[in-house]
Each structure stands twice: as C-alpha cells, then as structure tokens.
Design a protein around this ligand. Structure first.
Ligand code: MN3
Length: 202
C-alpha cells in the first residue's frame, strides 16, 4: 500500500476566476505530488501506517515513530491539506454557504462577511508559509491558522475549509499580494463541499 496523488476534480484551468492554470498544474502536479512521494518514502517499511487513511494518520500522529514523525507531519500534512484544498474549490460555485453551515457561521461569527474577515486576518497574520482554516472543534466552528503543513487534525480539530497561503499557491498571478489572492479565492470556494464536510464533522 502506498499513498497516491488524487486527480484534480476539475480541469486545471477551471478556477481561473481566482487561480491561473499554470499555478494549479505546478501546485497539484509537483508540490502535492512531492508530499505524496516523500510521505511514502518516509513510511517505507511501516506497513500499518501506510494502510491508514491520511486523515487518520495525521490524527494519530503520536503513534508515528519519533525519528520519522516530523517528515510525516510535513508530508502527510501536505497530502491531507492539499487533498482537502482541491475538494473544497470548484468552478461556478455558490456565493455563500447554505443549510446548517450558514446558520452556524451566522451564530458563531455574526455574519458571513465577519467570518471572511477573520479568515483573511488569519491568512495575512501567518508569517511565512501556512494555512488559514475553518475547523470544527468540540462541535463548534473556529478560525485557526497553522504554519507550514501542520494540520488541525493533529490537534483533534476537523478542517472543513482552508486556504493555502504558501507563496506557491498564488505567486505567479498575485506576487506578494496575498490579500488580493485571499479576496479572489472566495470566488472558487465550493460551499456545497464545505457544507458536506461540516455535516459529517459534527
Ligand atoms: Mn500548497
């Protein structure tokens, strides 16, 4: 058993409203692929760990031997984070959430706009590389940020939306303008997929 790179669920040019085709190709085909390859290399010979779904592997990071744990955090986190990232984006997406998620965002943050502002603050506040997340923790929504490829799964939190703020995610079109990238990114959020993750996480 080995981890494999999942196919993008849409063509690489499908998210042009926010992310250009070349960025998608390099991000998926090289960066994400490298995380998968390096994760498999780190876990060579550890068959029980290779057999776990990646989200479970990351939730149970304490069971990974100490000598390879940081490699698994970096590359297993990279694999888990990017797999979710592709799934919660899509072309022609709705402008905002519906259903239970819309109600939970309003009751937690006050409004969708306030929630988006919190994600932006979190994304811009992350010095260097990392992610801004909407997670479910103990049944409640929280906005959190992580460095590098650290995943909220390692803290017992379930990410349901996340924006990659590594420069490789936006540099070709936005260069140093991370704020413009985050503003544009909402155009390609697949809210139906986020809602589904929310309903499952609760
Ligand atoms: Mn990335």
């Amino acid at each position: 058993m080995a981890f494999t790179l999942p196919a993008l669920p849409y063509p690489a040019d499908a998210l042009e409203a926010a992310i250009d085709k070349m960025t998608m190709e390099i991000h998926h085909g090289r960066h994400h692929k490298a995380y998968v390859d390096n994760l498999n290399a780190a876990l060579a010979g550890h068959d029980a760990l290779l057999a776990k779904p990646v989200d479970q592997l990351m939730r149970e990071i304490g069971s990974v031997p100490a000598d390879i744990r940081q490699k698994v955090i970096n590359n297993g986190g990279g694999h888990a984070n990017h797999t979710m990232f592709w799934e919660i984006m899509g072309p022609g997406a709705a402008a905002g959430p519906g259903g239970n998620l819309a109600a939970a965002i309003t009751s937690t943050f006050g409004s969708l706009d306030t929630f988006k502002a919190k994600i932006k603050e979190s994304a811009l506040g992350r010095f260097g590389s990392g992610w801004a997340w909407l997670v479910v923790h103990a049944g409640k929504l929280e906005v959190v940020s992580t460095a590098n490829q650290d995943t909220p799964l390692m803290e017992g939190k379930t990410p349901i939306l996340g924006v990659d703020v590594w420069e490789h995610a936006y540099y070709l079109r936005y260069q140093n303008k991370r704020a413009d990238y985050v503003d544009a990114w909402w155009k390609v959020v697949n809210w139906a997929a986020v809602e589904k993750r929310f309903d499952t996480a609760k």
